[in-house]
Design a protein around this ligand. Structure first.
Ligand SMILES: O=C(O)c1ccccc1NCC(=O)[C@H](O)[C@H](O)COP(=O)(O)O
Length: 215
């Protein structure tokens, strides 16, 4: 029995990209609440986007870097989100989970297999490369990991592979990594922060084709 690989399209800022992700069956759509990102949205900008997602559509993920509770609370007051992706130590991510009661996926940067987590109290892990030297943000840097690194790794919770994935590479990444889910931002953009509906469609099609589906 195979299970279709789950797909997150992250860093959505405009209706066109969001509508493409919805139309092609993405499982999650992500909104980046981090001002230094080229995909940053404010709560006021994200609210109408999140409202476009129909019932039964992709889950709406708000992405925060080292946030305080007030920032998250103000965002949740304005934007309908179904889950959070948090860049913070595990203990802080768990605090956020307990405070807001939403599923929390913790972003985890890895350089070698030794960095892969063996325990987690959260709802999921986003496994991606550590930011390159000089990066002004912890994710969304188009940096792939060595996909073979996770083959054989038993994640303690659901996980998704992120970092540098593209429509051309996602099938191989899934086959080599054994990832049950994938996450992309840069690889489906025509320019930083501008999602391309055709690239989103191609990415989802490529991630869902072929024998590499997770067993
Ligand atoms: O996307 C960003 O600009 C970003 C900024 C700050 C923290 C996280 C960010 N993105 C997180 C994601 O979940 C991305 O989809 C993931 O890092 C993969 O990004 P990419 O390598 O560009 O596909």
């Amino acid at each position: 029995m195979t299970h279709p690989v789950a797909i997150k399209i992250c860093g959505l800022t405009e209706p066109e990209g969001l509508d493409a992700a919805i139309a092609h069956g993405a499982d999650w759509v992500g909104f980046v609440f981090f001002a230094r990102s080229p995909r940053a949205v404010t709560p006021a900008q994200a609210a109408p986007l999140a409202a476009r997602v129909p019932p039964g559509g992709p889950r709406r993920i708000g992405l925060f870097v080292a946030p305080d509770d007030d920032t998250i609370a103000a965002t949740l007051d304005a934007v309908a989100l179904d889950g959070l992706q948090i860049y913070a130590p595990p203990a802080r991510a768990l605090e956020i989970r307990q405070t807001f009661g939403l599923p929390v996926w913790q972003a985890h940067g890895v350089a070698t297999a030794g960095d892969l987590p063996t325990a987690s109290t959260l709802d999921g892990l986003v496994i991606e490369s550590r930011p390159p030297a000089g990066a002004d943000r912890p994710g969304g840097n188009a940096q792939p990991i060595d996909w073979a690194m996770t083959k054989g790794w038993q994640s303690p919770v659901p996980w998704m592979l992120a970092g540098g994935l593209t429509p051309e590479t996602v099938a191989q990444a899934i086959a080599l990594s054994g990832a049950p889910a994938v996450d992309v931002s840069s690889g489906v953009e025509s320019a930083p922060g501008r999602k391309d509906a055709r690239l989103i469609a191609r990415f989802i099609q490529a991630a869902r084709q072929g024998p590499h589906q997770r067993r």
